[in-house]
Write a protein that binds this ligand. Sequence first.
Ligand code: TRP
Length: 326
Amino acid sequence: MTPQKRILSGMRSTGAKLHLGNYEGALRNWVKLQSDYKVFAMVADWHALTTQFDDPSKIGQNSREVAKDFVAAGIDPEKSPVFVQSHVKEHAELHLLLSMVTPLGWLERVPTYKEKQQDLGGAEREPYGLLGYPVLQSADILMYKPYGVPVGKDQAPHLEISREIARRFNHLYGDVFPEFASMIGEVAVLPGIDMRKMSKSYDNCVYINETPEETAKKIKGAFTTPSKIKMTDPGVPEGCAVCQYLKVYSPDWKTQWEEDREGLRGCSKNKNECIEAVNEFLRPIRERRAQLDDATIEEILKKGADEAREVAQQTMQEVRQAMGLW
Ligand code: TRP
């Protein structure tokens, strides 16, 4: 049997709960990829530190909670290593070595870096680790010599840098890192209940791990077509959060959209059917989530880290050898 091609992806543990936007933008795809690849699903706790260095005390528990959501969403820990970045120390070593071959200019040009730099209030307050964010991410990726890296569009610049760093390393020291494919999700971006980007900082998320009642309350208050007051007013499903969710979670969405557009149904009917569809979709995920206590996830994460470390140690041997360090 030929070894399965690998996929690596990660998510930062900046919060304890994943939302439907995380699911649609990443997890749905990772779960699907498991049938053809060995999926390495990483919780990036060191990356969480780049913006939460002033209060890291929650990152540990957040990592466990995020990993629980991975598994509940359908990442099968029997097949796919689920692990925490900081449990595989080799990532730190590779990060350091890659930092030596990465030109500063490449990092300063990354758009996400410029945004975050401004948020943090300029160079005097900005941590060195923030600039190195894409180098650490490159270490995460290159360590596993993956066939591909599935991510959302926002990560495209990071993957581009990872590819450049790999080329430069190979050019300097010999071929260690094969090219990998960017699997930039063509998934529809699921908006928040207010139609802005779903983000916990906007308080507009439907979380995987919340009660059906909480989900219902949020969808009841969701943004619809502002000019649709009476049932007979025409709706604009493209601009309505409830219709956007129906499109993803309701098998009958085409009829629901048509009726909305033609003024044949009101927003409250739409909302009720949407609540039903979203809660039905999340039901098995929530049931699995409820089974996962800290001890269970810790065991899964230990096994995942052991498996990841095996690959990482092999890669690091090749890296040290290529550089003549050992
Ligand atoms: N930067 C990614 C994000 O914010 C998280 C991440 C860290 C990652 N390391 C990775 C994604 C390696 C893919 C591969 O979403």
